[in-house]
Design a protein. Structure first.
Length: 561
């Protein structure tokens, strides 16, 4: 029988409910249990696909093409389990479904209300698409207790606990115990008030997970237990740690997984083995060197916009026992206004930004802003034999750069930025296959949910660099894009050394390119970062970091200025 764990948060946002949920799932897996994780986001957007990266951070894409919160990335990386569309629930989805049912007449003339109709819809989505052999379903509630948007979810969770039996449901409340320097003590009052708010909504937390920057004394734990109606052993420290991959070890040491299994009266189905996490943390804490990667992006002020990218680079560095150092470069700083047009900065400025880079990575993005700066960085990497890695828009801009500077197509561009360009080497993706069905789009299509999304197959060219990296003929990677490299320019590109080495099964959509004669110049339309995990780093990221380490050796020997 499935047991249910609901994770809520209080005091303030960004405490790490997603990491807490993912870490608990990893610990339960280590005990031999099967787990699923699910995120309930209280915003009215149907999904985060059209939300600003500055507000929301990264949009994480699942195998089945759902655009979701970045917490699902944590779920996948910590457990190795692929999330599904049903694992991401938003208020926009819930209300859309209820309103559609009302229009269809499903409620038989009833007055449609938050209770019971919205809460019933939420309860249905808690259990939807959950296999019978799942031991634990962990549901994370987005936002903070007290937010008006989250009240329907907390009410649904309260009702659900009654429906399935309170003994089958565990409530974990993540809160903050701040240290006040002037008083020289940790303060419990914010947590007390947060639990009081939760109690007013009918939910008694069973475990209090307390974020803190130092150990909580026994007296403070007993105080929290007394005022929050829980056992002292269920007041568990969530200490700050050096790396997120230390969180499962920290929680295990604090007894979180033990208290969870004790609550449900369960024993481990196998000896608990956390060695893989210990090895990862050891490599993180005791690296033998540093890898310096320049990431030239559009949203670098908000690092969460590149969360999976950062983690994928980190995984690859961990595998070589190196520490990752990212030089974040805003693409805007590599371009200037020259009258009515935008041009790249002088080479001397590019040199100052990129001279110490062992590798240059241009990630995905949308819109024209910053593209001139990104292209300038690509040119610099190409001309100076610096390993270059392009992802999504990064691949499109690499094709534009080479079309202009090597193929002689001076006005080559993407129709996204210049609809009237005479050389649209990148154009709107108008037709493709998705899950066996033909999808079509136009310039007039809605922005939300209209991209090429989710896992797609890609055929690799035998003998190519990417074929050697993957050691496979056909790969499956996750996509999120509306524009695609134009296959009509294949011959012109390959004539100057840019080979299309990955292509869709129908031969129409270029998916990967590499530059012949360059130490490492690889770009791809898909997002490999979404499939990297600390235990199994993505092969392309490993190959990129390996090339960066080789570049470092060259720099040390003084062969490159």
């Amino acid at each position: 029988m499935t047991q249910y764990i609901f994770v809520t948060g209080g005091v303030l946002s960004s405490l790490g409910k997603g990491l807490a949920s993912a870490s608990l799932a990893a610990l339960l897996q280590a005990r031999g249990y099967k787990v699923r994780l699910r995120k309930f986001d209280p915003y009215l957007n149907v999904d985060p696909g059209t939300m600003s990266p500055y507000q929301h951070g990264e949009v994480y894409v699942t195998d089945d093409g759902a655009e979701t919160d970045l917490d699902l990335g944590h779920y996948e990386r910590f457990t190795g389990i692929s999330c599904r569309r049903s694992d991401s629930v938003t208020t926009g989805q819930v209300y859309s479904s209820v309103i559609a049912k009302e229009r269809h007449g499903d409620y038989l003339g009833a007055t449609v209300q938050v209770i019971p109709h919205i809460t019933d819809e939420i309860k249905q989505r808690i259990v939807a698409d959950v296999e019978e052999d799942i031991d634990f379903l962990i549901c994370e509630a987005g936002g903070t207790v007290g937010d008006i948007e989250g009240q329907p979810y907390l009410e649904a969770f309260r009702q659900f606990a009654i429906d399935v039996g309170r003994k089958n449901v565990l409530f974990i409340h993540l809160t903050l115990v701040p240290y006040i320097a002037s008083a020289a003590e940790l303060k419990t009052k914010p947590s007390q008030h947060s639990v009081k708010e939760l109690l007013s909504l009918g939910i008694q937390p069973d475990i209090l997970l307390c974020r803190c920057d130092r150990p909580i004394p026994a007296s403070a734990k007993h105080k929290l237990a007394l005022f929050c109606n829980i056992k002292p052993e269920c007041v568990i420290e969530a200490l700050d740690v050096e790396t997120i991959y230390e969180v499962p070890l920290s929680y295990s040491l604090a007894g979180l997984d033990s208290e969870v299994t004790k609550y449900f009266g369960l024993e481990s189905t196998k000896p608990v083995n956390l060695k893989i996490w210990q090895d990862i943390v050891t490599n993180c804490k005791y690296p033998k060197g540093e890898v310096r990667i320049a990431v030239v992006g559009k949203y670098v002020e908000c690092k969460d916009a590149y969360k999976s990218l950062i983690e994928a680079l980190t995984h690859a560095c961990i595998s070589y026992n190196y520490k990752l150092r990212i030089d974040w470069i805003s693409a805007d700083t590599l371009e200037i206004s020259d009258g009515n047009r935008t041009v790249a900065v002088d080479d001397s400025i590019l040199y100052e930004h990129l001279r110490d880079a062992q590798g240059v990575l241009v990630p995905g993005g949308y819109g024209e802003r910053g593209t001139v700066g990104k292209i300038a960085a690509i040119t610099y990497a190409r001309e100076n034999d610096i390993p270059f890695f392009g992802i999504c828009l990064g691949m499109q801009l690499a094709v534009i750069e080479i079309a202009r500077n090597l193929a002689g197509l001076q006005e080559a561009n993407s129709s996204e930025f210049s609809p009237s360009t005479p050389h649209p080497v990148v154009g709107l993706l108008e037709e493709w296959e998705e899950q066996g069905e033909k999808q079509t789009r136009s310039q007039e299509s809605d922005l939300g949910g209209t991209m090429r999304l989710g896992v797609q197959e890609c055929k690799l060219s035998p003998g190519s660099l990417v074929h050697k990296i993957y050691n496979q003929d056909v790969i499956r990677e996750r996509h999120r894009h509306r524009y695609e490299v134009n296959i009509a320019y294949k011959d012109k590109m390959e004539a100057v050394g840019l080979k299309i080495t990955g292509i869709s099964p129908d031969g129409k959509l270029p998916e990967m390119v590499e530059l012949v004669g360059h130490p490492w110049f690889v770009a791809m339309q898909f997002h490999p970062e979404f499939k990297s995990q600390p235990m199994t780093p993505h092969p392309v990221f490993k190959a990129f970091i390996k090339a960066a380490l080789e570049r470092a050796d060259v720099l040390k020997k003084g062969k490159v200025a």
